[in-house]
Ligand binder design. Structure first.
Ligand code: HEM
Length: 425
């Protein structure tokens, strides 16, 4: 598979209209282009329009938004459990309500009877992405239409899973550049669906997307300090190969255009990480912290050379470095996926804080990564990659997987259609 040697090789328009990381810093007044509103009718960029990404991400289309959409600054993902007695009729009603409310809010229109319409008028690249767990298919009376891979992942040797972050019937991922809008949208959806589904877990994450000297968006960093998201699908062909389910991969025609979402909650042991020196950190990742370059290269998008041997006679990129094990260097591109991970950082709870010194409060903060990825089939991508990582990744010293859930993301909607209508209808 071809990779970009530099994001700067792409024109601003193609970068933002295919996929890449767009600046989430519009509010800070940093120059970024819009995906769709880049130029005026005569082709000249309207200054205000050019400075700010288009606040509307189209809702309808062949795929749901919030996947190929360049990452936004905020992500709140909520998993739901269907209420007792919810059957096929109620499932359809719920999806109908949610889809039409999400469609409105993402377009900058308030939902009917919204008493705070001001909170919907500027969507700030709001996207709402809905996914189904196996329980949804069963409740809808179409259990036989669930993708075969849908359900818990096999156990990995390093798992420390807490069922609190586990499989549920439904998921809603809400992303946007404006935290208030994201929060408002979620409240509307939770309230609108309250008769049919109750929120079961909520994961809230953030990212800061830097802007390079050329005005192009850069790769955001995770809380270990590394650029995270360098190796990802960028072009339509990459997405077709790695993310969107096609006819040959679908076990039901209405899966086509959908994808598989895996959400792993990964806790970081920050005090231990902070006791590791910079070289140890870089060797464990196989990349430099400053540039995000492979240890065998100089720039972020340089191809890693896993065969390179250093002056000391040892491989420059350790065989157990994260990228050596996570990367697909044997040519099996089916193992690729879209990673759309968000940082989380929660203060220590009052119960745990009682009687602790201030320094302990910082040390005990609950910090990590909401590792969300999208792929055509986890059996050929996430599972083999995570198996290699669980067995040998140097990062394992500092991380624990504490949550795991898998959802089928139905394809996008036509105007007026509800999520999964062709599958459930
Ligand atoms: C919390 C744990 C993790 C951290 C901190 C982390 C961080 C990173 C970083 C910094 C990179 C290099 C830059 C990039 O390409 O984005 C990377 C690459 C990658 N990671 Fe992770 N990652 C984690 C967990 C995982 C998991 C669970 C998987 C999948 C099972 C995974 C799959 C990958 C892949 C496929 C790459 C690209 C490798 C390549 O082709 O060079 N990562 N990760």
């Amino acid at each position: 598979m071809k990779r970009h040697s530099s994001s700067g090789q792409l024109s601003r328009r193609s970068f933002l209209t295919t996929v890449g990381l767009v600046s989430a810093t519009a509010a800070a007044g940093v120059t970024t282009a819009c995906a769709s509103g880049e130029a005026g009718t005569d082709g000249s960029a309207d200054q205000q329009g050019a400075d700010r990404p288009d606040p509307v991400v189209p809702f309808d289309g062949p795929h749901q938004a919030g996947i190929a959409t360049p990452v936004q600054a905020h992500n709140t993902t909520v998993a739901f459990t269907l209420r007792d007695g919810v059957g096929p009729k109620e499932v359809r009603r719920l999806l109908n309500i949610w889809t039409s409310d999400a469609r409105r809010m993402c377009s900058g229109e308030p939902v009917l009877a919204d008493l705070e319409p001001e909170l919907s008028s500027d969507p700030g690249r709001l996207t709402v992405t809905c996914g189904f767990g196996r329980g949804l298919f069963t409740a809808a009376g179409v259990a036989d239409r669930a993708p075969r891979w849908l359900g818990p992942l096999p156990a990995f040797s390093t798992d420390r899973l807490d069922p609190r972050w586990g499989e549920r019937d439904l998921v809603i991922q809400v992303c946007g550049d404006d935290r208030t809008t994201v929060s408002h949208a979620l409240r509307i959806l939770v309230r609108g669906g309250a008769d049919y589904a109750r929120p079961s877990w909520t994961q809230t994450g953030f990212l800061d997307v830097p802007v390079g000297p050329d005005g192009e968006p850069g790769t955001p960093r995770n809380l270990f300090g590394f650029k995270d998201g360098t190796v990802n699908p960028r072009t339509e062909t990459d997405f077709d190969e790695q993310v969107w389910i096609d006819e040959a991969e679908a076990s039901h025609p209405a899966h086509v255009g959908g994808t598989c979402m895996v959400i792993r909650r990964v806790a970081f042991d920050m005090p231990l990480w902070e006791s590791a020196d910079r070289t140890t950190r870089e060797v464990s990742m196989g990349r430099t912290i400053t540039e995000g370059a492979p240890l065998t290269g100089r720039a972020e998008f340089d191809e890693p050379d896993l065969a390179a041997i250093g002056d000391d006679g040892l491989p420059v990129i350790d065989a157990h470095a994260h990228i050596a094990l996570a990367g697909v260097h044997d040519g099996d591109t089916r193992q690729r996926m879209l990673r759309r991970a968000y940082n989380y950082d929660l203060p220590v709870t009052a119960a745990r804080a009682d009687g602790l010194q201030d320094a302990d409060l910082v040390a005990l903060a609950d910090t990590g990564l909401i590792f969300t990825c999208f792929q055509t089939d986890p059996r050929t991508s996430f599972i083999p990659v995570q198996r290699r990582l669980a067995d040998g990744d140097r990062l394992n010293e500092w991380i624990s997987h504490v949550g795991s859930a898998v959802f089928f993301i139905p394809p996008g909607t036509a105007e007026g259609e509800y999520w999964g209508e062709k599958l459930l209808g």
